[in-house]
Design a protein around this ligand. Structure first.
Ligand code: NAD
Ligand code: ZN
Length: 678
């Protein structure tokens, strides 16, 4: 049963964490102390429940709490070997756990255990960090809060910071909390409600003070030519630049992207001080791994032509990498973890917005949220004073902290298609949906395109939230619609790496019955549609310089000749030859082009449901319901072909094991000798 102190703690944490004004995503931690009966001795034992490493306060559950024995945790003070070796204390927490101990204790556990208050909150609110990063933060703290809140000079989180805060609390019985220089706030209370009130009072009082006393235009006067473009224009420019920017961010390792054009970002970029502030970088310890020390900022006005922006971004990327390498070299010691790549994680484009990057969509999105937090912090600090983040050597000590490195090393191995952005056409149902599902299950972000937006979105929702799959409407035979679809993919995930030309439809008609309109429809959707999709997506892949895959779902009928199939089979043969032509042309860019030739996929197929199945069944003289089984009996393996079988073949062609194959067609038809390739 949950201890009442832990239950109160979870409820308080969820309330605090669900309001972004109180703390950044996964930032901060909270704790409660209480007494339980020790099952071993039957005696009362004092415990501390504290949010464990990782996880977000807004969604904290009991599983996210570490549970430690307070007597043992506090006894660590006697064996603490001093600042130089404070990191060793994290391993010692394991010897203080109660029972199985719950979640892994975080670095901030010492602060929660050592501070002599039953309830403690440590948070990263923008308003509090604004005061914490103001050049005269100490004076501001006393001006704003009197003696209710005490200033603690910057120190990297750890055992010593816990000791410092415990001492401050003891020496200042009137205080309800403190401002941690360069970092955030800590507050405490006798009850859970009192701690929550203390946290909110500090956050709201700081925010109100900033609102009242901030000078106008904290980021300086408007910068001529840097005002935000109108929404449609900035989205179009973002889509046009997205692939180049993703390539820049993916030189060391491939990244998923996120685009934001919120008011905070656009206002920042439209103001004269943004280049100076951008170069100063972020401050709160949470930020460095997520956003790197500083962003790459394009130094061209909002209306600069796309070609000029591309050229300048490439120059700036070279400079950024040199600068980052120099930062690493200035501060690394022989014990430091290896450099984790020198590419920017945040790229700012005036008038347009912000691109943020990560190993998956969620990480990329949160990196963007963190930079918005940083902008809010800089606005507050500059409004009252001068923004003064912690110095560079300290930033490096956080970014390349051995404890952080150990956390990264413990991360599960990424899935085979992690970081890859897949676009599947005609994916609202049938083979396309099964393929999108498989690619997502193997780690890809997927864009589901189909004629109906509603159906595309429903298929995406079935696969996962918007960090995994998005649905877009697109008629692949319409060039503008195809471009809009590709733009949507770039804005959703940063670019495109894996394209499946699957959209299709089938009219089974004899030569005499096939009208010119039938012919055009079949060819427009399949031959022309896949040509348009390949053209628009290959442009993105070439700009990204990250290679890629294009897969055509053609058909057994691209090689097999039978009656009543002139338009469909002819356009399938066209698609099949596009595979070979594009394999030859796009190989120079590392883009592989392959095909899958399915046959007889009845289950789940819209093509079969909409008349083709009835027609085929009539041609073969079987019940429509038995068509799948009928086809199976015609095959060499006597197996029915399912949409998942096609999906698996697409995965193999694009997965980590088929790196040296292009221009290939894989039959997935359970064996049809008449369609053997030679
Ligand atoms: N089912 C089979 O046995 C079989 C055999 C060989 C090849 N194929 C090919 O596999 C692909 C998928 O077929 P399926 O069986 O899953 O059929 P399906 O009808 O279930 O799926 C095709 C999808 O394409 C969409 N689509 C049609 N026209 C479009 C357009 N202009 N723009 C965008 N989307 C469009 C449809 O809305 C549908 O969701 C097709 O290219 C088909 O020719 C299927
Ligand atoms: Zn913190």
């Amino acid at each position: 049963m949950t201890h009442p102190a832990a239950a109160d703690l979870i409820a308080r944490s969820n309330r605090l964490g669900s309001d972004p004004k109180n703390t950044n995503y996964a930032g901060g931690n909270t704790s409660a102390k209480g007494t339980e009966t020790d099952p071993v001795t039957g005696q009362p034992v004092e415990l501390v429940w504290v949010k464990g490493s990782g996880g977000d306060l807004g969604t904290l559950t009991e599983q996210g709490l570490a549970v430690l024995r307070l007597d043992r945790m506090r006894a660590l003070v006697d064996v603490y070997p001093g600042l130089e070796r404070e990191d060793e204390m994290v391993a010692a927490f394991d010897y203080c756990l109660h029972g199985k101990g719950g979640a892994a204790p975080s670095i901030d556990t010492a602060m929660h255990g050592l501070v002599d208050a039953p309830h403690v909150d440590h948070l990263h609110p923008d308003s509090g960090i604004a005061v914490a990063t103001a050049a005269d933060g100490q004076e501001l703290t006393s001006t704003i809060f009197g003696d209710k809140v005490v200033w603690v000079p910057w120190r990297r989180p750890g055992f010593q910071l816990g000791l410092d805060i415990a001492e401050i609390k003891e020496k200042n019985p009137q205080a309800i909390g403190c401002i941690l220089g360069g970092h955030g706030i800590t507050a405490w209370g006798e009850t859970s409600d009192e701690a929550e009130r203390a946290s909110l009072w500090i956050i709201d009082t700081a925010a109100a003070y900033i609102a009242e006393h901030s000078r106008p235009e904290p980021f300086g006067p408007p910068l001529a030519g840097y005002a935000p473009l109108p929404q449609a224009e900035r989205r179009a420019k973002a889509a046009a630049l997205g692939a180049t920017i993703r390539g820049i961010a993916s030189q060391d390792r491939p990244m998923v992207g996120h685009f934001t054009d919120t008011g905070e970002v656009l206002d920042f970029l439209a103001s004269s001080e943004h280049p100076r502030l951008g170069a100063l970088g972020t401050s709160c310890p949470d930020h460095f791994l997520r956003t790197k020390v500083k962003p790459l900022v394009l130094d061209l006005p909002s209306d600069a032509p796309v070609e000029d922006c591309v050229a300048r971004l490439k120059e700036l990327a070279v400079a950024y990498r040199e600068d980052y390498q120099a930062y690493y070299d200035r501060h690394a010691t022989p014990e430091s973890p290896a450099i984790r790549g020198a590419d920017p994680l945040i790229v700012l484009v005036p008038g347009v917005g912000m691109f943020s990057f990560g190993k998956d969509k969620q990480t990329a999105r949160v990196a963007g949220e963190f930079y918005v937090n940083a902008i809010n912090v800089m606005r507050g600090a500059e409004g009252l004073s001068t923004y003064a983040p912690i110095d560079e050597a300290e930033k490096f000590r956080i970014e390349y902290w051995a404890l952080e490195e150990a956390k990264l090393q413990r991360m599960p191995k990424p899935k085979p298609l992690a970081t890859r952005v897949a676009l599947v056409t005609g994916a609202a149902g049938g083979i396309g949906k099964a393929t999108a599902k498989k690619l997502a299950a193997e780690g890809a972000c997927v864009v589901i395109a189909d004629l109906s937006l509603e159906k595309a979105q429903a298929a995406a929702a079935e696969i996962g939230g918007s960090d995994v799959a998005v649905g877009v409407a697109a008629d692949v035979s319409d060039e503008d619609a195809v471009q809009a679809m590709v733009d949507a993919a770039v804005l959703a995930f940063g670019g495109v790496d894996l394209v499946v030309n699957n959209a299709g439809l089938s009219l089974s008609k004899s030569l005499m019955d096939t009208t010119a309109a039938d012919w055009d429809l079949q060819h427009n959707v399949m031959a022309k549609g896949s040509f348009l999709v390949s053209k628009a997506t290959a442009k993105v892949m070439v700009e990204q310089e990250m290679g890629g895959d294009i897969v055509y779902i053609s058909s057994k009928n691209s090689v097999f000749a039978g009656p009543n199939n002139i338009a469909y089979s002819a356009t399938k043969a066209d698609q099949a030859h596009q595979v070979r032509l594009l394999a030859a042309e796009l190989g120079a860019h590392g883009i592989k082009v392959n095909g899958v030739n399915p046959d007889g996929v009845v289950q789940g197929s819209g093509i079969f449901a909409s008349g083709w199945g009835a027609n085929r069944a009539a041609v073969y003289g079987v019940e429509e319901n038995d068509l799948g089984k009928f086809y199976a009996q015609r095959t060499i393996l006597r197996r029915e072909v399912l949409p998942e079988n096609i999906a698996n073949a697409v995965f193999v062609l694009c997965g980590p094991d088929m790196t040296h194959t292009t221009g290939l067609h894989v039959p997935v038809d359970a064996g049809v000798a008449a369609a053997f390739l030679r």
